[in-house]
Design a protein around this ligand. Structure first.
Ligand code: G4P
Length: 507
């Protein structure tokens, strides 16, 4: 069964066209009926998620969601990642739950900073990537330029799968290199309405380009793609619906079905009969009056049935999953069963944490779900000093949810929060007030980054003797070095070869 699942995410820099492409993918998959429904800035969407003030104020989607659609016997699970410039660990962690990704690039801009950052996260786990060069209906950079940039900046082999016949005003259609068919724009808006021509004679300059491209780039090799060494490149226009169905076909044909997941006791295969999964995201529920949360579980093995009892690794005793949620487009549907690769939303009251393994027999512990070293650190100052206890509870809760990371310094009483994106700080302050009635402000911290320390007890205590000022504990009590700069990290690493300064922590 799991062979029919494709669980993937779209990675891109803001404005490259992720929302538009998502919308078109869902339309083609029949998951939504009208264009515009996914549009994050739309009024309907705002109404739906008005529980989160920041989303309203900024008109952006803070939280990721899951969209499922089917086409020709394949079930696609598209995990949305927040598309804003400020992004959080949610984004990173969502990428631990996918088997492949589509990288959307604006043909006029090429590789932009966030594309690159997200790509690096994919590379950590060798997540295979299909590249979609978007907006060819507009004037863009030369195809060779774009292909070479992907190859050079990301150190990947690139293989063209389609080629635009002209761009911008000259745009005449897209040639599929495998079938040699051309899809042409048609109609008043020049959207793709389904004309496909075979045996087309190409204009001389395009024919020449193609010859060069086909001779100059490697041919498609599915093993190299699945190993994360080669990216097939498609050209298209999300807006005009060009190259989108080719993209779906490529995911169906080439993208890997659910992959095995590393665990402490070896790799767990999807066809393993025991139901196992891991939590990659926890989201506060729509209703701020109730502390309900939805934990997002990626199913790794077994067939999940509603009402099943699973044991979360963090809890030790089983919970019955009576009302799991499957995400079908924007509507929630009660799930009766799910297969490896599927995502299940499990309502709970804070018992499930990001990184938890859930399983029937409670013997499996998945690894490889990292916390990332924060890039922004701030001290938390209380407006009302009597609220220390509430603040501690809130910080512990929110760090469990993955909204922030929290560090309790060994010396001094000012707690430090760490995030990878500025937006997380705004979410923190707003939720402290709304949900915990704690007024707080954030102050500059004398640290720039943090590293988890690994080493023998002796190495750790030797280090602590001279560096107590810069030591803290995270919410699990693990030691963390609070560094003034990246230089500081390198310096201490050189002086303390027995210790490892880790930029990620696996739970
Ligand atoms: P994002 O989610 O990656 O941030 O990008 P989004 O889809 O919102 O697209 C950003 C802008 O680029 C939008 O225009 C969108 O219409 C446009 N766009 C997306 N795909 C294509 C394409 O294939 N061709 C062209 N020409 N434009 C494309 P906007 O003006 O910012 O928003 P809107 O006023 O259209 O909503």
């Amino acid at each position: 069964m799991s062979q029919t699942r494709r669980t993937f995410a779209i990675i891109s820099h803001p404005d490259a066209g992720k929302t538009t492409l998502t919308e078109k993918l869902l339309l083609q998959g029949g998951a939504i009926h009208l264009a515009g429904e996914v549009k994050a800035r739309g009024q309907a969407r705002r109404a739906r998620s008005d529980w989160m003030k920041i989303e309203q104020q900024r008109g952006i989607s803070v939280t990721s969601s899951v969209m499922t659609f089917e086409r020709e016997g394949i079930t696609f699970n598209l995990l949305d990642t927040p598309g804003h410039e400020d992004f959080s660990e949610d984004t990173y962690r969502t990428l631990t739950a996918v088997d492949s990704a589509i990288m959307v690039i604006d043909a006029a801009k090429g590789i932009e900073p966030q594309t690159r950052k997200l790509f690096e996260v994919c590379r950590l786990r060798s997540v295979p990537i299909i590249t979609f060069i978007n907006k060819v209906d507009r004037e863009g950079r030369a195809c060779f330029d774009l292909m070479d940039e992907v190859a050079d900046k990301l150190a990947l082999d690139v293989c063209p799968m389609s080629w635009p016949i002209g761009m911008g005003g000259q745009f005449q259609g897209i040639l599929d290199l495998d079938s040699r068919k051309v899809s042409r724009p048609e109609g008043p808006s020049r959207e793709f309405l389904g004309t496909v021509e075979e045996g087309v004679t190409l204009p001389d300059d395009v024919a020449e380009e193609l010859e060069l491209a086909e001779a100059g780039y490697p041919t498609f090799d599915i093993d190299a793609y699945r190993g994360g060494d080669l990216t097939p490149v498609f050209f298209g226009s999300a807006l005009k619906n060009f190259g989108v169905s080719e993209l779906i076909d490529a995911i169906a044909r080439f993208a890997p079905p659910p992959r095995p997941q590393p665990s402490e006791a070896g790799t767990i295969e999807p066809d393993n009969a025991e139901v196992t999964g891991f939590i990659f995201k926890v989201q506060a529920n729509m209703d701020p009056m109730h502390r309900d949360r939805i934990a997002f579980m990626r199913l790794v093995s077994g067939t999940f049935k509603r009402g099943m009892k699973l044991t979360p690794s963090g809890l030790g005793k089983p919970i019955a999953v009576h009302s799991p949620i499957l995400f079908f487009a924007q509507d929630r549907e009660l799930a009766d069963s799910a297969e490896p690769g599927d995502i299940i939303g499990i309502p709970n009251h804070g018992t499930l944490r990001v990184g938890d393994t859930l399983s029937e027999r409670n013997q499996v512990r998945f690894t490889g779900l990292p916390n990332f070293a924060p890039e922004i650190l701030r001290r938390v100052a209380l407006k009302d000093p009597t609220k220390t206890k509430q603040l501690r509870k809130a910080l512990d809760d929110l760090s469990e949810e993955g909204v922030i990371q929290v560090f309790y310094p060994e010396i001094g009483s000012q707690w430090v929060v760490g995030v990878v994106g500025q937006l997380q700080l705004d979410v923190l302050i707003s939720r402290l007030e709304a949900e915990y009635k704690v007024g707080a402000t954030l102050e500059a911290a004398p640290f720039d980054t943090a590293r988890w320390l690994k080493g023998t007890d002796k190495a750790l205590s030797d280090f602590a003797e001279f560096n107590k000022m810069n030591l803290a504990r995270d919410r699990d009590g693990d030691p963390v070095f609070m560094a003034r700069s990246a230089w500081d990290v390198n310096y201490q690493q050189e002086r303390n070869p027995d210790l490892t300064f880790c930029a990620t922590k696996e739970r």
